[in-house]
Design a protein around this ligand. Structure first.
Ligand SMILES: [Zn+2]
Length: 505
């Protein structure tokens, strides 16, 4: 995710952490979680999802609930009398477990399912939930469906997929997805992965998409709109497809055509593109952020049509979301405290691209020096990069603070200074290769860095990732913390004043 300028400011102002409210356990159904420090009730223990099949019926109005059937195939990992799913916004009509009617109840953000017979560990189980999926967000719930001028898109990061469909809503449980969307004929639906079929009947069209790689629930994307799908070819014949409002196709083409070369640039840095397709979803919406939904990144159309944004800046934002396909999507975080691995790397390649391709001296070193000057303040307000403060309840974007963006890219810069450019570049390639299609943690990154550099980096990572204060920068002992609002404050926004943009909801 990358907050747009106004939203970044808002996020910075929301820096103070509020402790997460723990719900009292009430018999019989209780909400469970996988123990994520930042989202205690996200995800559920006792099973491992293999695949989701989402079938959504869109009636043509983006303020009315969609009819939905979510089918989950999973393996149980312990004996289960009840199966907790995350689902908190929609009406559940029925639940079946292995074809038999099952009882269900809501508990906190969980949908607690009680099958007729308990499930032993190691069972294959199919859970079918008939429900509505409501694009109108409830009070205090942020994210999930995004209303666009002509339909809907999705923005589930970090904890909002379960506002759209029942799931095990934690990136540690990735699964394959089949997504079927039925919409009136005037609409085009696109989802993650590649199309596997289009069926027309009675004024409606059903579009089916399937992922070829496992995906975290937070990275699911469904676009429904009066859209055109623009096809082109990327490196090694990679199918690239962009989803654009039909009326804006010509205006957006100068930007869209840059993607293949950007993919080639990233491949030159870290190795092969990890998925079956890529493209941009240009939403006619003011989300306040861009989002790396797997194989189809979500962008606000205005980022490209508003002339106040400099070209180098817009291109670097495109590369930010593209680089997330490796860092965050293919290699997804084990817990949300590992978020710095997503955003630190995406910021790193965003800044590196600006330096190499942006023209006009947007050097990585200058950006890192400025980040160094603000780093102690970012740590004070958001926590150290690998131990971020908790989100504010109901505000999913509030963990996306500067400490995990430029503050985390600064850690990568320090690491490159410490172990040298060759070892660092080797580490980056090995990281996305070794953990492809999986989840990985900060400890995994530390281990790999030590292995590749042949160095004991225990103290280095402890200080840089977990320290309240920013350590001395290797090779730049003269870099100092800067007072607030001093000259040299990092420019998260372009030098040209951006137009007024609505901040995130
Ligand atoms: Zn990002």
């Amino acid at each position: 995710m990358l907050l747009t300028p106004r939203a970044r400011l808002k996020s910075a102002l929301l820096a103070s952490a509020v402790s997460v409210c723990l719900l009292a356990a009430s018999a019989p159904a209780v909400p469970l979680g996988v123990g994520d420090r930042l989202f205690p009730y996200l995800g559920n223990p006792g099973y491992d999802v293999a695949s989701y099949d989402l079938a959504l019926v869109y009636g043509g109005a983006n303020d009315k609930p969609l009819q939905a059937v979510t089918t989950i195939d999973a393996w149980t990992t312990t004996d289960l009398d009840r199966i907790n799913l995350d689902f908190a916004h929609g009406k559940v009509e029925s639940v079946e477990v292995n074809g038999a009617t099952a009882a269900f109840a809501s508990a906190g953000d969980d949908l607690v399912v009680t099958p007729q017979k308990s499930l032993p560990a190691g069972s294959w189980v199919r859970i079918t939930v008939r429900h509505t999926s409501d694009p109108v967000s409830a009070d205090g719930q942020d994210g999930g469906w995004v209303k666009t001028a002509d339909g809907l898109a999705m923005a589930n990061q970090a904890d909002a997929a379960h506002l759209v469909f029942p799931c095990n809503d934690h990136p540690s449980d990735k699964a394959m997805f089949t997504i079927r969307v039925t919409a009136p004929d005037a609409y085009t639906a696109v989802a993650n992965g590649l199309p596997t079929g289009v069926a027309r009947a009675g004024g409606s069209t059903t579009w089916t998409y399937r992922t070829q790689h496992p995906m975290a629930t937070e990275l699911a994307q469904v676009s429904i709109g009066r859209s055109t799908v623009v096809h082109r070819e990327g490196p090694h014949a990679l199918p690239v497809r962009d989803v654009v409002p039909t009326k804006d196709r010509a205006a957006l083409e100068p930007w869209l055509k840059k993607t293949p070369a950007q993919i080639a640039w990233m491949e030159g840095k870290v190795g092969p593109y990890p998925f079956e397709t890529y493209g941009l979803l240009m939403a006619d919406a003011s989300t306040g952020f861009e989002l790396e939904t797997q194989t189809l990144s979500l962008f606000e159309k205005d980022l490209f049509t508003e002339p106040a944004y400099p070209k180098w800046y817009v291109e670097s934002i495109m590369v930010h979301e593209l680089s997330h396909q490796w860092f965050g999507d293919s290699v997804s975080p084990r817990t949300w405290s590992d978020l710095w691995l997503n955003e630190g790397h995406a910021t790193w390649y965003e800044a590196l691209y600006a330096e190499e391709k942006g023209g006009g001296g947007h050097t990585l070193e200058a950006r890192m020096k400025a980040a160094y000057g603000a780093s102690d303040r970012w740590r004070a307000s958001g926590g150290p990069p690998a131990s971020p403060k908790a989100p504010n309840p109901g505000q999913k974007i509030s963990i996306f603070r500067p400490n995990v963006y430029d503050g985390a890219a600064l850690v990568l810069y320090a690491l490159r200074q410490e172990i040298g450019r060759a070892a660092f570049e080797h580490l980056e390639r090995a990281w996305v290769h070794n953990h492809r299609d999986a989840t990985a943690s900060t400890a995994d990154f530390e281990r790999l860095a030590q292995e590749i550099s042949g160095r004991d980096l225990t103290r280095f990572f402890k200080d840089w990732l977990y320290g309240a204060k920013t350590p001395t920068m290797p090779g730049h002992p003269d870099w100092k913390q800067a007072p607030p609002a001093a000259k040299g404050e990092p420019k998260a926004v372009p030098k040209v004043a951006p137009p007024a943009r609505r901040s995130a909801e």
